[in-house]
Ligand binder design. Structure first.
Ligand code: ZN
Length: 329
Protein backbone atom coordinates (compact mmCIF):
# COMPACT_ATOMS: atom_id res chain seq x y z
CA UNK A 1 0.00 0.00 0.00
CA UNK A 2 1.27 3.39 -1.06
CA UNK A 3 0.07 6.48 0.83
CA UNK A 4 -0.58 9.61 -1.21
CA UNK A 5 -2.49 12.86 -1.12
CA UNK A 6 -4.62 13.31 -4.20
CA UNK A 7 -4.46 16.83 -5.60
CA UNK A 8 -5.94 18.32 -8.79
CA UNK A 9 -2.45 18.12 -10.32
CA UNK A 10 -2.00 14.46 -9.35
CA UNK A 11 -0.93 12.36 -6.40
CA UNK A 12 1.84 13.61 -4.13
CA UNK A 13 3.67 11.91 -1.24
CA UNK A 14 2.02 13.07 2.02
CA UNK A 15 5.32 14.70 3.14
CA UNK A 16 5.10 17.08 0.17
CA UNK A 17 1.79 18.60 1.26
CA UNK A 18 3.24 21.18 3.65
CA UNK A 19 1.18 23.89 5.35
CA UNK A 20 -2.49 23.23 4.53
CA UNK A 21 -5.77 24.94 5.44
CA UNK A 22 -8.28 22.14 5.17
CA UNK A 23 -11.62 23.87 4.54
CA UNK A 24 -11.62 26.75 2.07
CA UNK A 25 -13.63 27.80 -0.98
CA UNK A 26 -11.54 28.97 -3.92
CA UNK A 27 -14.27 28.98 -6.60
CA UNK A 28 -18.05 28.62 -6.59
CA UNK A 29 -19.99 29.12 -9.82
CA UNK A 30 -23.26 31.01 -9.97
CA UNK A 31 -26.25 28.86 -9.12
CA UNK A 32 -28.64 28.11 -6.28
CA UNK A 33 -26.05 28.51 -3.53
CA UNK A 34 -25.05 31.93 -4.89
CA UNK A 35 -28.69 32.99 -5.27
CA UNK A 36 -29.27 32.21 -1.60
CA UNK A 37 -25.89 33.44 -0.34
CA UNK A 38 -24.31 35.90 -2.84
CA UNK A 39 -21.03 35.94 -0.94
CA UNK A 40 -20.44 32.37 -2.12
CA UNK A 41 -19.91 33.33 -5.77
CA UNK A 42 -16.21 33.26 -6.70
CA UNK A 43 -15.54 32.70 -10.39
CA UNK A 44 -12.47 34.81 -11.20
CA UNK A 45 -9.30 32.84 -11.95
CA UNK A 46 -7.07 35.92 -11.61
CA UNK A 47 -8.49 36.93 -8.23
CA UNK A 48 -8.36 33.44 -6.77
CA UNK A 49 -4.85 32.92 -8.13
CA UNK A 50 -3.73 36.20 -6.55
CA UNK A 51 -5.19 35.08 -3.22
CA UNK A 52 -3.30 31.79 -3.51
CA UNK A 53 -0.05 33.59 -4.42
CA UNK A 54 -0.37 35.75 -1.30
CA UNK A 55 -1.00 32.59 0.75
CA UNK A 56 2.01 30.90 -0.86
CA UNK A 57 4.20 33.91 -0.10
CA UNK A 58 3.28 33.60 3.61
CA UNK A 59 4.16 29.90 3.65
CA UNK A 60 0.91 28.29 2.49
CA UNK A 61 1.56 25.15 0.47
CA UNK A 62 -1.86 23.48 0.07
CA UNK A 63 -5.59 24.08 0.42
CA UNK A 64 -8.68 21.87 0.47
CA UNK A 65 -11.48 23.26 -1.73
CA UNK A 66 -14.70 22.17 -0.03
CA UNK A 67 -17.19 22.62 -2.89
CA UNK A 68 -18.57 19.29 -4.14
CA UNK A 69 -19.82 18.02 -7.52
CA UNK A 70 -23.14 19.36 -8.78
CA UNK A 71 -23.00 22.41 -6.54
CA UNK A 72 -20.91 25.02 -8.31
CA UNK A 73 -17.54 23.31 -8.14
CA UNK A 74 -15.17 24.62 -10.85
CA UNK A 75 -12.74 21.83 -11.66
CA UNK A 76 -10.77 23.37 -14.53
CA UNK A 77 -10.33 26.64 -12.67
CA UNK A 78 -9.10 24.81 -9.56
CA UNK A 79 -6.46 23.07 -11.64
CA UNK A 80 -5.45 26.29 -13.40
CA UNK A 81 -5.19 28.31 -10.18
CA UNK A 82 -3.13 25.53 -8.63
CA UNK A 83 -0.75 25.51 -11.59
CA UNK A 84 -0.43 29.30 -11.68
CA UNK A 85 0.10 29.71 -7.93
CA UNK A 86 2.12 26.62 -7.07
CA UNK A 87 -0.32 25.80 -4.25
CA UNK A 88 -1.54 22.18 -4.03
CA UNK A 89 -5.34 21.96 -4.18
CA UNK A 90 -7.29 18.97 -2.90
CA UNK A 91 -10.76 19.02 -4.52
CA UNK A 92 -14.01 17.54 -3.23
CA UNK A 93 -16.57 15.15 -4.55
CA UNK A 94 -19.66 14.48 -2.41
CA UNK A 95 -22.61 16.73 -1.60
CA UNK A 96 -23.64 19.88 0.23
CA UNK A 97 -26.67 20.92 2.30
CA UNK A 98 -29.95 20.22 0.50
CA UNK A 99 -30.71 23.95 0.77
CA UNK A 100 -28.33 24.36 -2.16
CA UNK A 101 -30.19 22.04 -4.57
CA UNK A 102 -33.46 22.11 -6.48
CA UNK A 103 -35.83 19.25 -5.72
CA UNK A 104 -35.10 17.61 -9.09
CA UNK A 105 -31.33 17.55 -8.48
CA UNK A 106 -29.58 14.21 -8.84
CA UNK A 107 -28.79 14.07 -5.13
CA UNK A 108 -32.49 13.36 -4.63
CA UNK A 109 -32.96 11.04 -7.60
CA UNK A 110 -29.91 8.75 -7.50
CA UNK A 111 -29.93 5.79 -5.12
CA UNK A 112 -27.15 4.92 -2.71
CA UNK A 113 -25.31 2.65 -5.16
CA UNK A 114 -25.41 5.21 -7.96
CA UNK A 115 -24.14 7.94 -5.65
CA UNK A 116 -21.39 5.66 -4.34
CA UNK A 117 -20.27 5.05 -7.92
CA UNK A 118 -20.34 8.75 -8.77
CA UNK A 119 -18.24 9.69 -5.74
CA UNK A 120 -15.84 6.76 -6.22
CA UNK A 121 -15.38 7.53 -9.92
CA UNK A 122 -14.53 11.15 -9.11
CA UNK A 123 -11.87 9.97 -6.65
CA UNK A 124 -10.35 7.25 -8.80
CA UNK A 125 -10.97 8.17 -12.47
CA UNK A 126 -11.55 11.91 -12.60
CA UNK A 127 -13.99 14.69 -11.71
CA UNK A 128 -16.87 15.79 -13.91
CA UNK A 129 -16.61 19.28 -15.26
CA UNK A 130 -20.11 19.92 -16.62
CA UNK A 131 -23.36 21.19 -15.11
CA UNK A 132 -21.81 22.90 -12.16
CA UNK A 133 -25.22 23.43 -10.55
CA UNK A 134 -27.09 20.99 -12.74
CA UNK A 135 -30.01 18.71 -12.26
CA UNK A 136 -28.70 16.20 -14.78
CA UNK A 137 -26.15 13.63 -13.70
CA UNK A 138 -22.80 14.99 -14.90
CA UNK A 139 -21.19 13.23 -17.84
CA UNK A 140 -18.17 15.21 -19.08
CA UNK A 141 -15.19 13.67 -17.37
CA UNK A 142 -11.66 14.94 -16.75
CA UNK A 143 -8.44 13.37 -15.57
CA UNK A 144 -8.33 15.63 -12.50
CA UNK A 145 -9.26 13.58 -9.45
CA UNK A 146 -10.99 14.56 -6.25
CA UNK A 147 -9.04 13.88 -3.05
CA UNK A 148 -11.79 14.03 -0.44
CA UNK A 149 -15.54 13.43 -0.07
CA UNK A 150 -17.50 16.43 1.25
CA UNK A 151 -20.73 15.73 3.16
CA UNK A 152 -23.18 18.12 4.79
CA UNK A 153 -26.30 17.89 6.91
CA UNK A 154 -28.61 20.47 8.44
CA UNK A 155 -27.75 19.98 12.11
CA UNK A 156 -30.47 17.43 12.85
CA UNK A 157 -30.05 13.71 13.54
CA UNK A 158 -29.83 12.06 10.12
CA UNK A 159 -31.02 8.75 11.59
CA UNK A 160 -34.52 10.24 12.03
CA UNK A 161 -37.10 9.90 9.27
CA UNK A 162 -38.87 13.27 9.15
CA UNK A 163 -38.69 15.76 6.27
CA UNK A 164 -35.65 15.20 4.06
CA UNK A 165 -33.54 13.41 6.67
CA UNK A 166 -33.71 10.04 4.83
CA UNK A 167 -32.09 11.79 1.83
CA UNK A 168 -29.25 12.92 4.06
CA UNK A 169 -28.89 9.42 5.46
CA UNK A 170 -28.70 7.98 1.92
CA UNK A 171 -26.10 10.57 0.92
CA UNK A 172 -23.93 10.00 4.00
CA UNK A 173 -24.13 6.22 3.55
CA UNK A 174 -23.01 6.58 -0.08
CA UNK A 175 -20.15 8.85 0.97
CA UNK A 176 -19.03 6.41 3.66
CA UNK A 177 -19.16 3.56 1.18
CA UNK A 178 -17.14 5.51 -1.43
CA UNK A 179 -14.59 6.41 1.25
CA UNK A 180 -14.24 2.73 2.06
CA UNK A 181 -13.90 1.68 -1.58
CA UNK A 182 -11.41 4.43 -2.51
CA UNK A 183 -9.59 4.61 0.86
CA UNK A 184 -10.36 8.32 0.81
CA UNK A 185 -10.95 10.85 3.58
CA UNK A 186 -14.38 12.39 4.28
CA UNK A 187 -15.01 15.97 5.38
CA UNK A 188 -18.39 16.85 6.87
CA UNK A 189 -20.22 20.12 7.44
CA UNK A 190 -21.82 20.40 10.89
CA UNK A 191 -24.56 23.03 10.67
CA UNK A 192 -23.77 25.44 13.53
CA UNK A 193 -21.53 22.67 14.90
CA UNK A 194 -24.45 20.29 15.44
CA UNK A 195 -25.24 16.74 14.39
CA UNK A 196 -21.84 15.05 14.80
CA UNK A 197 -23.06 11.87 16.49
CA UNK A 198 -25.43 10.74 13.77
CA UNK A 199 -23.02 11.67 10.97
CA UNK A 200 -20.33 9.55 12.64
CA UNK A 201 -22.65 6.59 13.11
CA UNK A 202 -23.89 6.54 9.52
CA UNK A 203 -20.40 6.99 8.04
CA UNK A 204 -18.68 4.37 10.20
CA UNK A 205 -21.50 1.88 9.52
CA UNK A 206 -20.02 1.73 6.01
CA UNK A 207 -16.75 0.36 7.34
CA UNK A 208 -14.56 3.45 7.73
CA UNK A 209 -12.86 4.44 10.97
CA UNK A 210 -13.31 7.82 12.72
CA UNK A 211 -9.75 8.88 11.81
CA UNK A 212 -10.85 8.98 8.12
CA UNK A 213 -13.41 11.67 8.98
CA UNK A 214 -12.85 15.41 9.31
CA UNK A 215 -15.73 17.33 10.91
CA UNK A 216 -15.95 21.05 10.08
CA UNK A 217 -17.49 23.95 11.98
CA UNK A 218 -17.59 22.38 15.47
CA UNK A 219 -16.35 25.83 16.53
CA UNK A 220 -19.28 27.87 15.14
CA UNK A 221 -20.61 28.25 18.68
CA UNK A 222 -18.03 28.64 21.42
CA UNK A 223 -19.28 28.84 25.01
CA UNK A 224 -19.47 26.69 28.13
CA UNK A 225 -22.85 25.20 27.21
CA UNK A 226 -21.39 23.30 24.22
CA UNK A 227 -17.98 22.42 25.67
CA UNK A 228 -18.95 18.92 26.82
CA UNK A 229 -20.39 18.16 23.39
CA UNK A 230 -17.24 19.46 21.68
CA UNK A 231 -15.12 17.31 23.97
CA UNK A 232 -17.22 14.25 23.19
CA UNK A 233 -16.74 14.80 19.43
CA UNK A 234 -12.98 15.13 19.98
CA UNK A 235 -12.98 11.87 21.96
CA UNK A 236 -14.67 10.05 19.08
CA UNK A 237 -11.39 10.11 17.13
CA UNK A 238 -12.43 12.30 14.18
CA UNK A 239 -10.35 15.25 13.01
CA UNK A 240 -11.73 18.63 14.06
CA UNK A 241 -11.66 21.26 11.31
CA UNK A 242 -11.75 24.62 13.09
CA UNK A 243 -12.69 27.29 10.58
CA UNK A 244 -14.69 29.90 12.46
CA UNK A 245 -11.56 32.04 12.59
CA UNK A 246 -11.89 35.74 11.79
CA UNK A 247 -15.66 35.32 11.68
CA UNK A 248 -16.58 37.86 14.27
CA UNK A 249 -20.34 37.55 13.76
CA UNK A 250 -20.04 34.21 15.56
CA UNK A 251 -17.36 34.98 18.17
CA UNK A 252 -13.95 36.61 18.53
CA UNK A 253 -10.63 34.93 17.81
CA UNK A 254 -9.63 34.88 21.47
CA UNK A 255 -12.57 32.54 22.21
CA UNK A 256 -11.47 30.32 19.34
CA UNK A 257 -7.87 30.20 20.56
CA UNK A 258 -9.05 29.43 24.09
CA UNK A 259 -11.12 26.47 22.84
CA UNK A 260 -8.15 25.13 20.86
CA UNK A 261 -5.87 25.51 23.90
CA UNK A 262 -8.44 23.67 26.04
CA UNK A 263 -8.61 20.74 23.58
CA UNK A 264 -4.80 20.59 23.45
CA UNK A 265 -4.69 20.39 27.26
CA UNK A 266 -7.11 17.48 27.03
CA UNK A 267 -4.76 15.67 24.64
CA UNK A 268 -6.36 16.33 21.25
CA UNK A 269 -3.65 18.38 19.53
CA UNK A 270 -3.24 15.58 16.99
CA UNK A 271 -6.88 16.01 15.86
CA UNK A 272 -6.98 19.75 15.11
CA UNK A 273 -6.99 21.30 11.62
CA UNK A 274 -7.33 25.00 10.78
CA UNK A 275 -9.06 26.90 7.98
CA UNK A 276 -11.12 29.98 7.17
CA UNK A 277 -14.10 28.64 5.13
CA UNK A 278 -13.56 31.54 2.73
CA UNK A 279 -16.19 33.47 0.74
CA UNK A 280 -15.93 36.46 -1.60
CA UNK A 281 -16.71 38.70 1.37
CA UNK A 282 -13.58 37.59 3.16
CA UNK A 283 -10.94 36.97 0.51
CA UNK A 284 -8.81 40.07 -0.08
CA UNK A 285 -8.62 39.62 -3.85
CA UNK A 286 -12.42 39.79 -4.01
CA UNK A 287 -12.42 42.93 -1.84
CA UNK A 288 -12.80 41.35 1.59
CA UNK A 289 -10.83 42.11 4.76
CA UNK A 290 -9.60 38.68 5.90
CA UNK A 291 -7.61 36.93 3.20
CA UNK A 292 -6.28 33.38 2.98
CA UNK A 293 -3.19 34.66 4.83
CA UNK A 294 -5.20 35.61 7.96
CA UNK A 295 -4.03 32.63 10.02
CA UNK A 296 -0.39 33.53 9.32
CA UNK A 297 -0.78 37.25 9.90
CA UNK A 298 -3.29 37.40 12.71
CA UNK A 299 -4.59 34.19 14.22
CA UNK A 300 -1.20 32.64 14.99
CA UNK A 301 -0.43 35.48 17.39
CA UNK A 302 -3.80 34.92 19.08
CA UNK A 303 -2.89 31.24 19.51
CA UNK A 304 0.43 32.27 21.08
CA UNK A 305 -1.51 34.41 23.58
CA UNK A 306 -3.03 31.16 24.81
CA UNK A 307 0.27 29.31 25.07
CA UNK A 308 0.13 27.58 21.69
CA UNK A 309 3.63 27.82 20.26
CA UNK A 310 5.11 27.03 16.85
CA UNK A 311 5.39 23.27 17.38
CA UNK A 312 1.65 22.94 17.92
CA UNK A 313 0.82 25.32 15.06
CA UNK A 314 3.03 23.12 12.86
CA UNK A 315 1.07 20.11 14.12
CA UNK A 316 -2.33 21.66 13.23
CA UNK A 317 -1.27 22.91 9.80
CA UNK A 318 1.34 20.44 8.52
CA UNK A 319 1.39 17.14 10.45
CA UNK A 320 -2.35 16.67 11.03
CA UNK A 321 -3.38 17.56 7.44
CA UNK A 322 -0.73 15.15 6.11
CA UNK A 323 -2.37 12.29 8.02
CA UNK A 324 -6.00 13.38 7.63
CA UNK A 325 -5.82 13.82 3.85
CA UNK A 326 -3.74 10.81 2.91
CA UNK A 327 -5.26 7.89 1.06
CA UNK A 328 -3.98 4.41 0.24
CA UNK A 329 -3.57 3.38 -3.37
ZN1 ZN B 1 -17.49 25.55 3.58
Amino acid sequence: MNRVIRTVKGDIPPEELGYCQCHEHLFIAKGISGEKVPSLIMEDVNKTTNELLMYHYCGGSAVVDAQPVGCGRMVKELRLASELSGVHVVASTGFHKLDFYNLDHFVYRLDKEQLTKLFTDELTIGMYTDKVNGNEVPSIGSSYKAGIIKCASDGRDIRLTEDNLPIYKKLFAAAGRAAKVANAPVMTHLEMGKGADSQLEVLTAQGITPDRIIMSHLDRIVNDSVLEYQLSVAKSGVYLQFDTIGRLKYHDDASEAKLIAFLCEKGFSDRILLGLDTTNERMKSYGGPIGLDYIFNSFQSELRNYGIEDDLIHQFTVINPMHALSMET
